[in-house]
Design a protein around this ligand. Sequence first.
Ligand code: FE2
Length: 212
Amino acid sequence: MSIVHLNNYFMSSFILDLGRSQFGDTKNAGRLMDIQEAHELLHLWVGNERLRLHMKQVAALMKAWALEREGQDEVGSRAWELAGLLHDADWEKYPASHCKMIIEELERRAIDPTVIRCIACHGPKYFGVEPETKMEKMIYVFDELSGFIHAVALIRPAGYEGMDTKSVLKKLKTLSFAAQVNREDISDAIGRVDHNIEEIIEFILDHQKYVG
Ligand SMILES: [Fe+2]
């Protein structure tokens, strides 16, 4: 979930608690979809270009973070990237079963359980699944904040160019700006990792501007 779809739906009225905490099958560990196949699924299920961009942005952030901050290699970072790329893939087509449908699709495709559980963790208050691993915590951190920063870029004539952490923090404190973005979710997500909000915003600003 994020700012991109809150414009269209009042999500809390129908978001479902998944009612489970185990996802996928451990025998599928290491089975990662290739990125091309994930893009095909994304295009099949999501017609809204802005929603697709949101997922590509979260994917790029997850991949870059895995490579640069977690010491993951190309294969390891693909799990992070896939979770970001598909986390809202079912939002447009199955709004009443958001998260459940993409999880079941990836279970059908016998994808690595770490990817599936990571997707289930992107909204603990809504889906009832608590992030445990760093990968699970980071998707929650990046989801809402990435959308918020993109909203800030959209109202600036120069877009991402010259945007700094201070201006993002100021907009976060301006509750009338992108009012649908839940500031409590952002604080809750940041509070679960050993990084402060400035560091995360800076990382997003450094990487998100290249995603188109
Ligand atoms: Fe999202």
